[in-house]
Design a protein around this ligand. Structure first.
Ligand code: ADP
Length: 493
């Protein structure tokens, strides 16, 4: 099988790399296996890509190690920054192609996909700016010594990303790792390998030395597990389910105690209080759950509404959700495309069935949309109770629950009644209430009168079982550096 293929999308035709990307070359896997990636809009294969497994991970780690100790070490911090900003420029240059790839492979609306490309370029440029600003401290302890710290790269970083934002997660991961001088073995999600391979081509074009970024298409059980357990990977960064996050932490502990950062699941509460501007709150609540078809780890899936506005809220929210344009990702008006895969579609539909069976009221949706592709209607359940499975478990689809609360205190208690702690929101026009409630909620991000407004300058990550460490902002740099203390004894003569 060849290493490149011309792919036709409804928007444009482009050349798709298919190989594993190791040492700046596209190559076949050791086993010679390939796997197909499916278009979720019509359930048909797009292309087959080469599959990486344990032996390929070993080869990629060797390439990354040798780059770390060789050519990449000689690249100055300013030049690292220049490479990152050049890569950002190339993402923007190829925005139409990258957006078409995401629409084709992931199913997200092409207009939303362009937003992902812009945000990815912004993230890379932001970290490019950090590359020559990685400083330690000088510490005065006593007159006979000089003590200072150096922030050195951790080393070879394994990075495992999910399918919900294939390109954006790629950028979030490589940005801080490269700015701080590390090298990378990246495993993309098996559902969405295409944009990562296209960016690999741009990485080479931007002038990164061979082996600095290596990209493996492959499965979690094989390639992913090999990264987590590898004895010569110094750090693993993972975004995905809490279940797999636990396994990665165990593998890291059982192998070489590599550093671990995890960005995991959520069941984030979105609180609407009686003094909220209801029209604005509805817009944010709608975006909070239905953006990216509900496939966001921080989706506002548990909506807690004060009894004083509960009925009015339901009426307005139903109307708003029914206006969401569901359909073909290549229609520029589309807000919600198909779910990413048959497996995800089946999981979500089984949660919907469970909610109906448990007696939750279907306000809108609750069924398949259309007859082809993995489309699900935007679904709102109301009159739910805290013990229902649909209220407790992450659904990762266009499905939310609306629960009535009687006071601010009850809203806070219910909001915190979860093992997750990724994000939350409160809608109120009272600044005191806003700050009081956000202080009381155990979550890594709390939005006040908005939702899902992530930005590469802001740290993002989870309390409790939603993760370990923070991505984005200057906080992410800490995950990718080791602090070395140097203490110099000063002679008196
Ligand atoms: P989802 O259930 O939404 O697909 P996962 O957490 O299973 O999310 O997948 C996220 C990423 O983790 C993907 O790249 C997947 O291949 C990878 N992965 C899955 N299982 C493992 C594993 N046991 N070890 C390492 N990576 C894994």
């Amino acid at each position: 099988m060849s290493l490149f293929q011309t792919v036709q999308t409804p928007a444009l035709t482009y050349e798709q790399p298919l190989g594993l990307f190791i040492n700046n070359e596209f190559i076949k896997g050791v086993d010679g296996k390939t796997f197909e990636t499916i278009n979720p809009h019509n359930e048909k294969p797009i292309v087959a890509v080469h599959e990486g497994a344990e032996e390929d991970v070993n080869i990629a780690v060797k390439a990354a190690r040798s780059a770390l100790n060789g050519e990449w070490k000689q690249v100055t911090p300013s030049e690292r920054g220049r490479l990152l900003t050049r890569l950002a420029d190339f993402l923007e240059r190829d925005i139409e192609t990258l957006a078409a790839i995401e629409a084709l492979d992931n199913g997200k609306g092409v207009t939303m996909a362009k937003g992902d490309v812009t945000a990815s370029a912004g993230c890379l440029r932001y970290y490019g700016g950090w590359a020559d600003k990685i400083y330690g401290q000088t510490i005065d302890t006593d007159t006979n010594s000089l003590t200072y710290t150096r922030h050195e790269p951790v080393g070879v970083c394994g990075q495992i990303i999910p399918w919900n934002f294939p390109l954006l997660m790629f950028a979030w991961k490589i940005g801080p790792a490269l700015a701080t001088g590390n090298t990378i073995v990246m495993k993309t999600a098996e559902q969405t390998p295409l944009s990562g391979l296209y960016v690999a081509k741009l990485i080479k074009e931007a002038g990164f030395p061979p082996g600095v970024v290596n990209v493996i298409s492959g499965f979690g059980r094989t390639a992913g597990a090999a990264i987590a357990a590898h004895m010569d990977i110094d750090k693993v960064a993972f975004t995905g389910s809490t279940l797999v996050g636990r396994q990665i932490m165990k593998s890291a502990a059982d192998s070489n105690l590599k550093k671990v950062t995890l960005e995991l699941g959520g069941k984030s509460p979105n609180i609407v209080l009686p003094d909220a501007n209801l029209d604005e709150a509805i817009e944010w609540v709608n975006l909070g759950i239905f953006f990216n078809h509900g496939q966001c780890c921080c989706a506002g899936s548990r909506i807690l509404v004060h009894e004083a506005v509960y009925e009015k809220f339901l009426q307005l929210f139903k109307k708003r959700a029914e206006q969401n344009k569901v359909g073909d990702p290549f229609n520029t008006e589309t807000f919600q495309g198909p779910q990413v895969s048959q497996i995800q579609y089946d999981r979500i539909m089984s949660y919907i069935k469970d909610g109906k069976g448990a007696g939750a009221k279907v306000v809108t949706g609750g069924d398949r949309h259309g007859s082809e592709g993995y489309y699900i209607q935007p679904t709102i359940f109301a009159d739910v109770t805290e013990d229902m499975t649909i209220v407790k478990e992450e659904i990762f689809g266009p499905v939310c629950t609306v629960q009535k609360v009687r006071s601010e205190e009850e809203a806070i208690r219910v909001a915190n009644d979860t093992n997750y702690g990724l994000a939350a929101a409160v809608h109120t026009t009272n600044i005191n209430t806003a700050i009081r409630v956000s202080n009381a909620i155990k979550a890594g991000t709390v939005w006040v009168n908005n939702y899902n407004t992530l930005h590469y300058q802001m740290p993002f990550g989870g309390f409790k079982e939603s993760g370990v460490g923070r991505e984005l902002g200057s906080y992410a740099l800490e995950n990718y550096t080791e602090v070395k203390t140097v203490r110099v004894h000063l002679s008196q003569s």
